[in-house]
Design a binder for this molecule. Structure first.
Ligand SMILES: Nc1ncnc2c1ncn2[C@@H]1O[C@H](COP(=O)(O)OP(=O)(O)OP(=O)(O)O)[C@@H](O)[C@H]1O
Ligand SMILES: O=P(O)(O)OC[C@H]1O[C@H](OP(=O)(O)OP(=O)(O)O)[C@H](O)[C@@H]1O
Ligand SMILES: O=C(O)c1cccnc1
Length: 476
């Protein structure tokens, strides 16, 4: 990744310059979390950590950056000097990519010189919000598709090149099996996949010739687009003719793609014709503005589809295009190592933040090994059993509850200590597998596309008390 250190909001530089003058020795602790799940789902799939790590490890300013910042006439020379010799000097802990996470859970926590931690806000959020959004959408779509492969087809509709490429990565983290985006495939070790466009079929005098020529060039990879003229009257009959020729010369035809019309009816007709011709192995792919609801509806109608190609609604998360992850100050240290917890108290109680250095735990029933709740605790807390907790949502009625008989698994792990990597950065399919495992441990109703069950997220009594005390101090 190119050096992205200048991809930030001006106020981050303004504050950092101010910290250099006024709070030079203080450390900051910032948490990344979100409050609302896209598409009214119950969880978000974490993604983008690898790009955050790379961005932080590469964080530096070259002479042209310094010259530009100087030209703004806003910053002191001692700050510009600090930037020109920038040494990343923070600790990062994070929940591994692929993990389903819930509102208010710190998915990433960064601790280090206040000036530095402040500077990273915009870039870290940009990377995590985008990929987590697309991974979450991809999970919804692949959930709807069951075990049928979903190919990511969105590059042409993504909001720019980097959304296409990192979006494809995130789509695989959320469950897609391949991408048509060759750059993403190369960069992230994703299988590249694809069929043909209508242009190929139109370029020849007739459909049969177009299919025959394709089969000549790709005898072992013949997936034919059958809807340029008429799926059942010409597309499928012509495909069958070509498949017969292929079979006679010892090749296995791959499939057909349907990209318009009533996909259920067309797929049913096509399946019947293919089976009757002895091609029950030939797969049917559907595409055309699909999303999780259309996929679900097609499969509920019994459409005989084997896989899906999905572009615009996936790569832009069109139905819910924003993940509003935030980066909030949780503590400041006085330079002697004493952490002073901080909260943000705003008019909207929903926006109240959780103070202090924290850890998130997933709680599993001892017997069933199923997850039943998450708990946010102070990092130095030992979870007792039974455990006294309250709901993490500040809008929920405050009521102490006792939780017992659980195994707690810490979700955040150390990732960076300065530039030193403390965790594995797995490849996308290892991340996908980890995510599937974590999802299988959640109650199945949390995955429902419509009105999913809410997975309970609590804070410990001690964390709640710390928040209450800080609120009192603010006269609230
Ligand atoms: N049986 C079906 N049930 C639910 N939705 C379907 C079904 N068949 C197709 N769709 C979806 O309905 C939407 C509109 O389909 P339609 O065939 O009108 O598309 P279109 O874009 O107008 O067609 P064309 O590509 O020929 O212009 C698409 O998202 C498509 O995937
Ligand atoms: O619909 P999406 O989920 O984004 O999937 C990708 C679409 O891209 C291609 O068509 P293209 O956009 O080139 O033309 P079309 O809309 O006329 O089919 C392809 O045939 C799909 O329809
Ligand atoms: O390979 C395909 O079929 C494809 C790729 C991108 C967009 N639409 C279709």
């Amino acid at each position: 990744m190119d050096n992205l250190s200048m991809l930030t909001d001006l106020y981050e530089f303004s504050m950092a310059n101010g910290y250099r003058q006024a709070l030079e020795n203080e450390e900051g602790v910032f948490d990344v979390f979100f409050r609302k799940v896209p598409d009214k789902g119950s969880f978000v799939i974490c993604a983008g950590l690898q790009q955050v790590v790379q961005a932080l490890q590469n964080f530096r300013f070259d002479q042209s950056d310094i010259d530009y910042l100087r030209s703004l006439k806003l910053f002191k020379e001692n700050f510009l000097d600090y930037l020109s010799k920038f040494q990343f000097n923070c600790q990062v802990a994070a929940i591994p990519e692929g993990t389903p996470v819930f509102p208010r859970e710190p998915l990433l926590t960064i601790r280090g010189p206040l000036l530095q931690t402040q500077l990273f806000e915009t870039l870290v959020l940009n990377l995590l919000n985008h990929q987590s959004l697309i991974a979450t959408k991809a999970r919804r779509i692949t959930y709807a598709a069951g075990n049928r492969p979903v190919m990511e087809f969105g590059a042409r509709r993504a909001q720019g090149p980097s959304s296409a490429t990192y979006g494809a990565r995130a789509a695989v983290i959320g469950g897609c099996t391949s991408t048509s985006n060759v750059l993403a495939a190369k960069e992230f070790g994703i299988p590249s996949a694809g069929t043909m466009a209508h242009a190929w079929v139109e370029a020849f005098p007739d459909e049969l010739t177009a299919f025959e020529k394709w089969a000549e060039v790709y005898p072992d990879n013949a997936a034919l687009l059958v809807d340029t003229y008429d799926v059942l009257k010409s597309g499928v009959p012509n495909a069958i003719k070509v498949f017969k020729q292929l079979k006679a010369s010892g090749h296995q035809p791959v499939g057909i793609r349907i990209d318009s019309g009533d996909i259920t009816q067309l797929a049913r007709g096509a399946r019947q014709m293919l089976d009757d011709a002895g091609f029950s192995d030939v797969k049917i792919t559907a595409s055309n503005a699909l999303d999780e609801h259309v996929v679900m509806s097609l499969l509920n109608e019994g459409a005989p589809l084997d896989n899906f190609g999905i572009g615009e609604n996936l790569i832009t998360s069109a139905s819910s295009p924003v993940l509003s992850g935030v980066y909030k100050l949780a503590a400041v240290s006085d330079g002697q190592g004493n952490l002073i917890p901080k909260i943000k108290v705003s008019a909207s109680r929903e926006k109240l933040t959780l103070p202090g250095l924290k850890q998130v735990y997933r709680l599993y029933h001892k017997g069933t090994k199923k997850a039943f709740a998450d708990v946010i605790a102070l990092k130095d807390e030992k979870l007792s059993d039974p455990l006294d907790v309250v709901k993490a949502n500040p809008l929920a009625t405050k009521r102490d509850q006792l939780i017992r008989d659980f195994d707690a698994v810490a979700l955040q792990e150390p990732v960076l200590d300065g530039k030193k990597l403390k965790a594995d950065l797995p490849d996308v399919f290892t991340i996908q597998k980890h995510g599937k495992q974590m999802l299988s441990e959640l109650p199945s109703a949390t995955e429902r596309l419509t009105n999913p069950d809410e997975f309970p997220v609590y804070v410990t009594h001690r964390l709640d008390q710390m928040q209450e005390k800080l609120l009192e101090k603010q006269g609230k």
